[in-house]
Design a protein around this ligand. Structure first.
Ligand code: ADP
Ligand code: MG
Length: 318
């Protein structure tokens, strides 16, 4: 017998995380959440549509992970510490094996970040997952895109390009170099299927970064957005890009640079810091360039400017 909507919610979504500051979670008409004194709430929402944000047939565990991860990444970019999530799930059918895997992926990441699922909505239709996440930070400390100034150094976390390389492998748009090891291919696919939101880094950047954005549509496009919001331009040196050994092995240097600059789905942070300000110890990031007077993004190799189309992914382009 197919699962009723009520039974489905009870079985999969009622007990996903627990927090002391949750007054009322799943089960009532709305959630009631206590905001600690002196703190502010940061609210984000993101939708994943099958065939648009992930290939049809992607493992349900990855979909559950990514649906939460993309939201936690937005919170990280604001410097907020995740606290609560709401899940609007549209499913073609109540497939229990799929739901168990989806929930396992969602719950593992939620547990790792002390996030409680406090509400949502469940409907039938084409597979679409919308997650809203709520995070906390001390009043007035949110990291914004628009706080950068010419002269600030530009940093990026992790190794951008891996997720786009992984997606290209999953979609068979890229053939790996013949000498690439199987575990390099697995590593790239994993970066697409199970991205790591940089929440701890985002929180440590409060009071340090002048501006911050997360990389969902490609480093070049997202850095251009940060620069535009900050009223300046940006200059990046491709020789400083932190390319992973796996991406270099699988794609070669030229394609790796292209993935790193234009590929989406990394969910790394790109942020700026005033040139004289010290970075906190142990922050895993790489300096890749600088904000400059003027507008737009300039890409260089060593001293010389190279031609580079840097449009990020745009749902309504072409
Ligand atoms: P209502 O009709 O008042 O919107 P629902 O019957 O849709 O309530 O939902 C009952 C409860 O279950 C609510 O607390 C709602 O937030 C929660 N809920 C429904 N779907 C989900 C879901 N996919 N994930 C988490 N909570 C959910
Ligand atoms: Mg109601």
């Amino acid at each position: 017998m197919p699962l009723s909507e009520f039974a489905l919610i009870e079985r999969y979504f009622r007990d996903l995380g627990a927090r002391r500051d949750t007054r009322i979670g799943v089960g009532d008409d709305g959630a009631v959440l206590a905001v600690p004194p002196g703190q502010e709430v940061v609210a984000v929402v993101d939708t994943l549509v099958e065939g648009v944000h992930f290939p049809a047939g992607t493992a349900a565990r990855s979909i559950g992970h990514r649906a939460l991860a993309v939201n936690l990444s937005d919170l990280a970019a604001m410097g907020a510490t995740p606290a609560w999530a709401l899940l609007a799930l549209t499913l073609p059918r109540a497939d229990e094996a799929w739901l168990a895997e989806f929930t396992a992926g969602f719950a593992a990441l939620a547990r790792a970040h002390d996030v409680q699922l406090v509400g949502g909505d469940t409907t039938a239709g084409p597979l679409t997952i919308t997650v809203q996440a709520l995070g906390l930070l001390p009043r007035g400390t949110a990291l914004l895109r628009g706080g950068g100034q010419a002269g600030d150094l530009v940093f990026v976390t992790g190794t951008p390009g891996d997720a786009a390389g992984g997606l290209a492998l999953l979609q068979e748009r890229m053939r790996a170099r013949p000498d690439a090891a199987a575990n390099s291919l697995d590593a790239l696919r994993d970066r697409f299927l199970f991205p790591t939101p940089r929440c701890a880094t985002g929180a440590r950047l409060r009071g340090v970064a002048s501006a911050c954005i997360d990389i969902s549509d490609g480093l070049a496009g997202d850095l251009a957005k940060l620069a535009a919001a900050s009223g300046c331009g940006a200059r990046v040196d491709v020789t400083q890009l932190p390319l992973s050994a796996a991406l270099l092995a699988v794609a070669g240097r030229a394609a790796a640079e292209h993935f790193a600059l234009t590929g989406g789905d990394d969910y790394e942070l790109c942020f700026t810091v005033p040139a004289q300000a010290p970075l906190p110890d142990g922050l895993a990031c790489t300096a890749i360039g600088q904000l400059v007077e003027g507008r737009g993004l300039t890409v260089c190799r060593g001293g010389s400017v190279i031609d580079f189309s840097h449009s990020g992914f745009d749902h309504f382009a072409n």
